[in-house]
Ligand binder design. Structure first.
Ligand SMILES: [Zn+2]
Length: 174
């Protein structure tokens, strides 16, 4: 590491410690040439992945936006915000593992839909329909059918859709 004082490139590490959250390592170094001390930090390089929109524009992956979409799909469902935060963590981790620079918005949508499916069926159908992540309408109907059955039972107040959701127009298909 180049010494910030004399520009020498020979130093020794005199102390090395992790930050409390483990996300970085702080090293105290001493220049062998001028004997002055300086500090360096080492952390995992985090390049935000770009999401390719349908019109080919690129936007950085936006956690807040993703979480808002999920919260809307989970309205009146028994799912904590912490659980949704975890879901976004999982998807974000998958994106950084599977894609180096860019990922299609559709792929992100599919990952979210997959993860949500394991948590709550109603939220899953809402989210998938709003984001149009079903491969075709028959797949949508297949997922929807058991939920509509639940709804017919008098002991449940399951409400699949909120009134403002634009999926309403598709309901007549089955
Ligand atoms: Zn120096």
């Amino acid at each position: 590491m180049r010494c910030p004082f004399c520009a020498g490139i020979d130093d020794r590490v005199i102390d090395s410690r992790s930050s409390a959250d483990g996300a970085s390592i702080r090293r105290r170094r001493e220049c062998r040439r001028c004997s002055r001390r300086f500090t360096t930090y080492e952390r995992v390089e985090e390049v935000p992945r770009l999401v390719i929109k349908k019109d080919q524009r690129r936007e950085p992956f936006n956690r807040t936006k993703v979480l808002q979409g999920l919260l809307k799909a989970c309205e009146k469902r028994p799912i904590s915000v912490a659980r949704l935060e975890e879901l976004v963590d999982t998807v974000e981790r998958r994106i950084s593992e599977e894609f180096e620079f860019e990922v299609n918005s559709r792929t992100v949508g599919q990952m979210l839909v997959e993860e949500l499916k394991g948590i709550d069926q109603v939220a899953f159908v809402r989210f998938a329909s709003v984001y149009q992540e079903f491969a075709d309408i028959s797949e949508f109907i297949r997922e929807l059918r058991p939920l509509m059955k639940d709804r017919a039972r008098p002991d449940t107040d399951t409400e699949v859709f909120t009134s403002e959701e634009r999926i309403g127009q598709q309901r007549g298909v089955d």
